[in-house]
Design a protein around this ligand. Structure first.
Ligand SMILES: Nc1nc2c(ncn2[C@@H]2O[C@H](COP(=O)(O)OP(=O)(O)OP(=O)(O)O)[C@@H](O)[C@H]2O)c(=O)[nH]1
Ligand SMILES: [Mg+2]
Length: 254
């Protein structure tokens, strides 16, 4: 199995080196014919992309896709997923650059992909946790999850999780590169698509640790986008007849 780890970055020069060294150490431990890393950087002014180019693994297992300007997390992931599919990878792991997601769980998540289409690194199943998250962020995350689960009737506990392993075929089936949402909404939209399409979703417990360097790109606009889109999806599901809804979900004309 050829696997690509996809990391979107915007001004992550302070956090990315530690993650790259963890990933470098992990590569020999993973039972896969390739474990490559693609950074999708939006021309970070702090020189994140230069740092990638200067890394020992650059040109071998590490590469960077530099876009012209900051265009959002969802858009960066769509570009990365498209590249992964075009290059014929069998599996893709998505994770943040800020050290919040424990990369050491990647082998376990890839092992679960043998029996599942998508594996979510979950804070909200037994064994999962958040560390050093301020109360405000915990409340926001809890409310966002409760809202999405309730309105869309989802059974996934961590609908906004950004640490996921995908079979390439699941990315294709769920139409992930045709989505349009950008922040937390991107993660919720993919969860919703996977559940509606009946993909096999597993939640693997992880400990999420608040970033200790760099700056969060989370903003009220990101939360508002997610709240509005979840409501829109709920309304569309209520008003659209089922066959048209399935086609809409898959990005096809009805
Ligand atoms: N390429 C690209 N990456 C982005 C963009 N916005 C955020 N990112 C990256 O996406 C990942 C998640 O962003 P964070 O700022 O950690 O946001 P978050 O995880 O939702 O919020 P925190 O919990 O506060 O860290 C990080 O690796 C960011 O560098 C963007 O517009 N373009
Ligand atoms: Mg983060």
């Amino acid at each position: 199995m050829r696997c690509l780890i996809l990391i979107p970055t915007y001004n992550e020069a302070a956090t990315l080196p530690a993650l790259l060294s963890t990933l470098s150490g992990l590569r020999p431990l993973v039972e896969s014919s390739a474990l490559d890393v693609l950074i999708v950087d939006d021309n970070s002014p702090d020189g994140t992309a230069d740092l990638v180019r200067a890394h020992d693994g650059f040109g071998d297992w590490l590469s960077v896709l530099v876009r012209t300007a900051k265009d959002g997390l969802g858009s960066a992931y769509r570009a990365g997923f498209s590249a992964a599919l075009a290059q014929g990878y069998d599996a893709v792991v998505q994770l943040d650059a800020d050290g919040s997601h424990p990369a050491a769980e990647i082998p376990a998540m890839l092992a679960l992909l043998r029996t599942h289409d998508v594996v979510i690194g979950s804070r909200y199943v037994r064994g999962g946790a958040t560390v050093n998250w301020p109360l405000r962020r915990r409340v926001l995350s809890w409310c966002a999850n409760a809202y999405a689960r309730r309105l869309l009737g989802l059974s996934t506990r961590d609908t906004t999780a950004g640490f996921r392993a995908w079979r390439a075929q699941a990315l294709i089936d769920a139409g992930v590169v045709r989505t349009t949402s950008n922040g937390y909404a991107f993660q919720v939209e993919n969860t919703w698509r996977c559940e509606r399409l009946g993909l096999r979703v597993a939640e693997h417990p992880i400990t999420f640790t608040e970033r200790t360097a760099g700056v969060s790109k989370m903003s009220p606009a990101v939360a508002a986008e997610a709240a509005a889109l979840v409501l829109r999806w709920r309304v569309s599901e209520r008003t659209m007849p089922r066959p048209a809804r399935s086609k809409a979900l898959l990005g096809q004309r009805s």
